[in-house]
Design a protein around this ligand. Structure first.
Ligand SMILES: Cc1cc2nc3c(=O)[nH]c(=O)nc-3n(C[C@H](O)[C@H](O)[C@H](O)COP(=O)(O)OP(=O)(O)OC[C@H]3O[C@@H](n4cnc5c(N)ncnc54)[C@H](O)[C@@H]3O)c2cc1C
Length: 394
C-alpha cells in the first residue's frame, strides 16, 4: 500500500496544477492517471491569457513545447458576414496541442518530485463512509492510503461517482464540442478564426493554428436536454462547406485525424464541489468549471486546481477552517460572478442579430483592444460590468 498526504486522480491541467501547488506547500502528493502520457485529449487547444499566466506560475517552460503557437490576431465572423479583426498583444492567446501540453505538465510535476503513476486507473474507494483515512483502489498499483483526494478526472469523474456525488440522472454536460485536425491549411500560422454560424448559436466554429501548417478545427454547441452526439455531428459537414470556413482552410487543406467529440460541463456555481466533509475536492471538468459562454476549460481547470490546493494548505494552517469552505468561497470569488455574467451574454449570442451586433461591436476600434483583453481573460470576466472601461475616449 502507498501512503501519501494527498492523492490526485487525473493528470490533466486541473490535477497537475493542484499537485504542484500542494508539493510547493510541502505536501507529499501522489498523482494517478489511467492514460500513459503523451495522450490525446479532445480539445480546441486554445489557451487564453489566464491559462498562459497560470502555466507560467507553475513554472512551465513553454518554449520546450513543440506545437506552442503564439496568436497575434483573432478574426471573428458573424452569422451576417460581419468581420471583426482583433490584434492581440503578446501573452493574450496561444495554442498548443493537448498531446504536447499535458505531457509537458506531467513531466514538470515529475521534476518537482511528485510521484505520477501513469496507466493506473482509479477503480473505487474502500469504505467511502469511513471517518478515518481514505483508501483508494487503483488498477496496476494496488491501494493508496491518503488524507485528502483531489478529483481531477474530467467530465465523467469516477471520483464523483465513487464518493456518491451525482448530477441529475442522465447528465451529459452543458456543451458538446467536436474537433478535427487539418493539414496544409492556408490560414496565417499566428491567426485564429471564430465563426458564429446560425445553426449552432450561441455556439461557434473555430480554426486554431497549431504549427506545421496544421489547424485544430471544430465547433461547440450548447447541448439541448438529452441531445445525442450523433445528432449534433450532422452539422459538421454543413459547416465545412460554408464559404468562409472553406476559404480560411484553403483548397489544399486535408483532414489528418478523425472527428472527435466530448462534453463540456459548465455549471460550477450550482454543482457540489466536495465530498466526505471536504476531504475530497473536485477541480476542472470534475467541478463543472468550463466557461458558460465559450466552453473553454483549461484556464478554469488550472485555476480550480490552484484554489483547491491552497484551500487544503490554508485549512491545515488554521485548523478552525475546513478546506471545502475555503474552496467554495474562493471559487465564488474567482469564478462565480464571471460565470453568471457569461450565462447572460451567452443568451444574447443565441440569435443571429445578437451575434452580429456583438461581432460588429467587438470590431469597433475603441472597443476591440479592451474586448480582446476581456474575451481572452486578461481581465476577470466581471470587468465587463464596469462601464468606464468600455466608454469611447473623448
Ligand atoms: C472539442 C473540445 C474543444 C475544447 N476546446 C477548448 C479550448 O480550446 N480551450 C480550453 O481552454 N478548453 C477547451 N475545451 C475544454 C477543455 O478541454 C477541458 O475543460 C479541460 O481539459 C479540463 O481539464 P481537466 O484537467 O479538468 O480534465 P481533463 O483534461 O479531462 O483530464 C482528466 C484526466 O483524468 C484522467 N482520468 C479519467 N478517469 C480516470 C480514472 N478512472 N482513473 C485515473 N485517471 C482518470 C484522464 O485520463 C485525464 O487525463 C474543449 C473541450 C472539447 C471537448
Amino acid at each position: 500500500m502507498i501512503s501519501t498526504d494527498i492523492a490526485v486522480i487525473g493528470a490533466g491541467p486541473g490535477g497537475i496544477s493542484a499537485a504542484i501547488v500542494l508539493a510547493q506547500g510541502g505536501k507529499d502528493v501522489t498523482v494517478i492517471d489511467q492514460a500513459q502520457f503523451p495522450r490525446e485529449k479532445y480539445c480546441g487547444d486554445g489557451l487564453t491569457a489566464s491559462a498562459i499566466k497560470s502555466l507560467d506560475k507553475l513554472g512551465l517552460d513553454t518554449t520546450q513545447i513543440k506545437s506552442w503557437t503564439p496568436i497575434n490576431r483573432a478574426i471573428l465572423s458573424s452569422p451576417k458576414s460581419s468581420i471583426a479583426t482583433l490584434g492581440l498583444s503578446k501573452g493574450l492567446m496561444a495554442t498548443a496541442t493537448r498531446y504536447d501540453l499535458d505531457s509537458a505538465l506531467v513531466n514538470l510535476a515529475k521534476t518537482k518530485g511528485i510521484k505520477v503513476f501513469e496507466g493506473c486507473k482509479f477503480k473505487g474507494v474502500l469504505d467511502p463512509k469511513s471517518s478515518s483515512k481514505i483508501i483508494l483502489d487503483v488498477e496496476n498499483l494496488g491501494q493508496i492510503n491518503c488524507n485528502y483526494v483531489i478529483g481531477a478526472d474530467g467530465m465523467w469523474s469516477p471520483t464523483r461517482k465513487a464518493f456518491g456525488v451525482f448530477e441529475q440522472q442522465g447528465y451529459l454536460g452543458d456543451w458538446h464540442a467536436f474537433r478535427q485536425y487539418f493539414s496544409n491549411v492556408s490560414q496565417d500560422p499566428n491567426e485564429l478564426w471564430v465563426f458564429f454560424e446560425p445553426e449552432i448559436l450561441p455556439g461557434y466554429a473555430w480554426s486554431f493554428p497549431v504549427g506545421e501548417g496544421k489547424a485544430n478545427v471544430g465547433f461547440g454547441i450548447k447541448r439541448k436536454s438529452g441531445q445525442r452526439s450523433g445528432e449534433m455531428k450532422k452539422t459538421w459537414n454543413t459547416l465545412l462547406e460554408r464559404s468562409g470556413i472553406k476559404q480560411v482552410l484553403g483548397k489544399d487543406a486535408k483532414a489528418c485525424s478523425v472527428l472527435r467529440a466530448w462534453p463540456i460541463p459548465t455549471r460550477i456555481t450550482t454543482t457540489k464541489l466536495f465530498a466526505k466533509d471536504g476531504k475530497v475536492l473536485f477541480v476542472g471538468d470534475a467541478a463543472r468549471a468550463g466557461d458558460a459562454m465559450t466552453g473553454e476549460g483549461i484556464a478554469q481547470a488550472l485555476t480550480t486546481g490552484h484554489l483547491a490546493a491552497m484551500s487544503i494548505l490554508e485549512s491545515e494552517k488554521h485548523r478552525s477552517l475546513l478546506a471545502h469552505e475555503i474552496y467554495y468561497n474562493a471559487v465564488r470569488r474567482y469564478l462565480g460572478t464571471g460565470h453568471s455574467l457569461t450565462m447572460v451574454i451567452s443568451k444574447l449570442l443565441q440569435s443571429p442579430t445578437g451575434a452580429d451586433l456583438a461581432v460588429r461591436g467587438a470590431g469597433k476600434p475603441y472597443i476591440s483592444k479592451r474586448f480582446s483583453h476581456w474575451l481572452f481573460e486578461d481581465y476577470p470576466k466581471t470587468l465587463v460590468d464596469i462601464p468606464r472601461l468600455w466608454k469611447q475616449p473623448k
